[in-house]
Write a protein that binds this ligand. Sequence first.
Ligand SMILES: Nc1ncnc2c1ncn2[C@@H]1O[C@H](COP(=O)(O)OP(=O)(O)OP(=O)(O)O)[C@@H](O)[C@H]1O
Length: 227
Amino acid sequence: MNDNLISLKGISKYYLAGKQKIQILKNISLKINKEDFAVIMGHSGSGKSTLINILGFLDQKYDGTYKFHGKNYQQKNDNVVSELRNQNIGFIFQNFKLIKNLTVKENIEIPTTYSIKNDDKDQEQELNILLTKLGINDKKNNYPDELSGGQQQRVAIARALINKPSMIIADEPTGALDSQNTKDVIELFKNLNNNDKVTIIMVTHDNTLATVGNRLFKVNDGVLYED
Ligand SMILES: Nc1ncnc2c1ncn2[C@@H]1O[C@H](COP(=O)(O)OP(=O)(O)OP(=O)(O)O)[C@@H](O)[C@H]1O
C-alpha cells in the first residue's frame, strides 16, 4: 500500500528581521504516506519546528503547495482549518503542555470540547480504554504535578489520541524523558503506526532514535534531505 497523506511541493518560508527577509525553509518537497513513521532530525535552528508547524496547519503563511489527502487548505478559513486539525492531527511536545489546574481526565478531554459531541458514556469508555492502554488508569483524578515526567507524557499522548487522529506530530516527545520512558513512548508510537495505522511524524535530536521509523529526514539550514 502506498497511500499518500502529505504532499509538499516547493515549500519556502521567510521571516522578516527588520527589513531583511530571511529564508528559513528552502524549497522543500516531500511525500509522506499513511503508513509512514517519519523521523526528522537536524541542528537547532535548522527549521524543523517551522516545518512541522506547516505540516500541522499551525502556520499557513508559506510559499509552495501543501496537499493533505490530496487537498490544499491554504486558502481555507480558520474554522475549516481548525476542524481539520482537530479531527486529523494529534500534537505531542517535549514539555507535555498539560494544564496544571486540570486533572488528568480533564486534560485529556480538552480536544473533545471542540469536536462533534460523542455520547458521554462512549467518551468515558473511550477514555478508560486509552488510559488503560497507556498504563495511567489509576491517575485519572490526579493533577499533572503529581505525576512523573513519563506519566505526564503519557497523559499528553492520550490527549493527542482522544479524537482518533490519522496523524501524530511529535516535537521532541522524548526530550525530557529517561531511557526507559523513551523506549516506552517509541514502542507506543510503533504500535499506533503498525496496528492502528496512525501516521507518525517525530522530530528528535536523539541519534539513537534515527532508525525507529521507516523514513528518516534531515533538515540542514532549511533544506530537507531524505536519508
Ligand atoms: N517567529 C519567528 N520570527 C523570526 N524568526 C523565527 C521565528 N520562528 C523561528 N525563527 C527562526 O527560524 C529558524 C528556524 O527555527 P525552528 O524553530 O524551526 O528551528 P528548529 O530546527 O526547530 O530548532 P530547535 O531544534 O532548536 O527547536 C531559527 O533561526 C529561528 O530563529
